[in-house]
Design a protein around this ligand. Structure first.
Ligand SMILES: [Fe+2]
Length: 286
């Protein structure tokens, strides 16, 4: 397992490897300018990617009892750290990017000297209160990080509000063609009554997106891709996730054919109760 950690007082992002027996076998400490909040990481076949972005621990907020004592910092220089998997923290190349915050990468892969990193990008995070809508809505974005020149470029993949991006995880760190994401409504960002209404599938080769509309009042968390078989092709399988229907106050497990996202669900398992929103989803075959 590849793991990242951070500390609320130490300005550092930790990278760790855990072996198949569950033993911590390696730690690299990547220095940051301030103690930043780190939610997730990415990796490629040859590189580890750390996101050093402007959400910084704030002692005053902690003393005031805020549950998430982190604050957007306009003066913080946002960077992505790219460390060779064969190297150490000292070999990390830091590449500046435009100010934003990322909880969840979709995936990353090598393209020569460049790392392609797809993420759900928030323009800011925790700029004001935790639960207002001033940070805007997350959008799917592609970074190209040139490790030879230390420069980056970015490209908006889809401007519709979405989060919890997932790929066919057999391709983690490798070139992916497809990405899936859950629509995010303003209610989940803290205000209003609009809710998520869709599951998105993105073809990153053609630039086309397919949408599964969930309908008014129906919201979802993460949809996870499940391959049809171990040797199935990319995208050959199902997407599944919980959908909450406010009208009935109950949830459904909705299973879509990943190759036909816009079509009717392959199956809907009606739950007798509401399944509380859990952000993430995973599937474990029995
Ligand atoms: Fe998360």
């Amino acid at each position: 397992m590849h793991v990242m950690s951070y500390h609320f007082l130490e300005p550092v992002i930790g990278y760790h490897e855990i072996d198949a027996d569950g033993h911590l076998v390696r730690t690299e400490l990547l220095d940051t300018a301030k103690p930043v909040m780190v939610h997730d990481m990415a990796m490629t076949a040859t590189r580890i990617i750390a996101m050093d972005l402007p959400v910084v621990f704030d002692m005053d907020l902690a003393a005031a009892g805020r549950a998430m004592p982190f604050r957007w910092d306009d003066d913080y220089v946002p960077r992505i750290g790219v460390m060779p998997r064969s190297g150490t923290a000292a070999d990390t190349v830091w590449i500046e990017v435009e100010p934003c915050y990322v909880f969840h990468p979709l995936n990353a892969y090598d393209d020569g000297d460049t790392v392609v990193l797809d993420v759900a990008r928030h323009r800011t995070m925790f700029r004001n209160d935790l639960d207002d809508d001033s940070d805007g809505r997350p959008q799917l974005m592609r970074w190209r990080l040139n490790t030879a020149t230390g420069t980056s470029s970015s490209e908006l993949i889809d401007d519709r509000a979405q989060e919890f991006p997932r790929i066919d995880e057999r391709l983690t760190g490798l070139h992916h063609r497809y990405g899936y994401a859950a629509g995010v409504g303003i209610a989940q960002m803290g205000g209003g009554s609009e809710v998520s209404t869709a599951v998105y599938k993105h073809d990153l080769h053609t630039g086309e997106s397919t949408v599964h509309e969930l309908g008014q009042g129906r919201s979802t968390g993460e949809f996870v891709f499940v391959a049809a078989s171990p040797d199935a092709g990319e995208d050959e399988g199902w997407l599944m996730g919980f959908v909450y229907d406010a009208a009935t106050d109950r949830s459904e497990l909705v299973i879509l054919d990943a190759t036909d996202v816009a079509g009717d669900p392959v199956a809907v398992v009606e739950m007798p109760v509401r399944i509380p929103a859990g952000f993430h989803g995973n599937w474990v075959a029995s």
